[in-house]
Design a protein around this ligand. Structure first.
Ligand code: AP5
Ligand code: MG
Length: 218
């Protein structure tokens, strides 16, 4: 792979996209673009985007493609994305993927790889049930697998940890269904473009990181 990483992380809720994206961001000096994080921040700040998005997020449904594509197109123009990007949670539909291709074509660049992280249903449920996110820096932890040194407090910055609203049981079920119906078709789409690398997402965080680095050939 070229030194510049332009990577998509594809996978169901709880697959570990956010966890691995943060590690890859550091390794490649690329920017992490998590559409979920951007939307949650907008919701917390009650911006117009946040007000529009919250209803979809709370149901576990996808925010309309046009809104998301504009948001990513703008974010990709920022300086920290000049040396590459790790897309976490985008694209999630075929129209989002074709729009991404158009944005990159305009700039004369293409994706380096699309990583499809595969995790079985029972592991997803365990991971989402115990996930905690830092309200301040967004760092991810898990009450069982990667517990913070002090309960409820982020190891990295000391911020407060919280549980995401969309990690309720009924919303998780809908997010999984939405993934199968609308996002899983991207696996074949990117396989057809020769970009797909399949990653076994079961194991500890470091093992999966090593598999990803190997799959990227760096
Ligand atoms: P988003 O925030 O993208 O959520 P998601 O895809 O459902 O994925 P998650 O963030 O839940 O899981 P993850 O794969 O990042 O796992 P994590 O690393 O946290 O989207 C939320 C909502 O926003 C959507 O439902 C939609 O409404 C909207 N949205 C976002 N993008 C959109 C788009 N493109 N189009 C339209 N709508 C959009 O890991 C989970 C837990 O497991 C953590 O606790 C972590 O510490 C732990 N963990 C991770 N790896 C391991 C491991 N190897 N071993 C043990 N524990 C682990
Ligand atoms: Mg995430």
């Amino acid at each position: 792979m070229a030194a510049e990483a332009r990577v998509v992380l594809l996978g169901p809720p709880g697959a570990g996209k956010g966890t691995q994206a943060k590690l890859l961001e550091e390794k490649f000096s690329a920017c992490q673009i998590s559409t979920g994080d951007i939307l949650r921040k907008a919701v917390a700040e009650r911006t117009p985007l946040g007000r529009e998005a919250s209803e979809y997020i709370n149901r576990g449904a996808l925010v309309p493609d046009g809104v998301i594509v504009n948001l990513v197109a703008e974010r990709l123009k920022e300086k920290d994305c000049e040396k590459g990007f790790i897309l976490d949670g985008f694209p999630r539909t075929i129209p989002q993927a074709t729009s991404l291709n158009a944005i990159l074509n305009q700039r004369g660049i293409r994706l380096s790889a699309v990583l499809s992280v595969r995790v079985p249903h029972n592991v997803i449920i365990e991971r989402l049930a115990g996930r905690r996110t830092c309200r301040n820096c967004g760092a991810l932890s898990h009450v069982v697998f990667t517990p913070p040194k002090k309960e409820g407090v982020c190891d990295r910055c000391g911020g407060a940890l919280y549980q995401r609203d969309d990690d309720r049981e009924e919303t998780i079920a809908n997010r999984l269904k939405v993934y199968e119906d609308q996002t899983a078709p991207l696996v074949d789409y990117y396989r057809g473009q020769g970009l797909l690398r399949e990653i076994d997402g079961v194991g500890d965080v470091d093992e999966i990181r090593a598999r990803i680095i190997q799959a990227l050939g760096v």
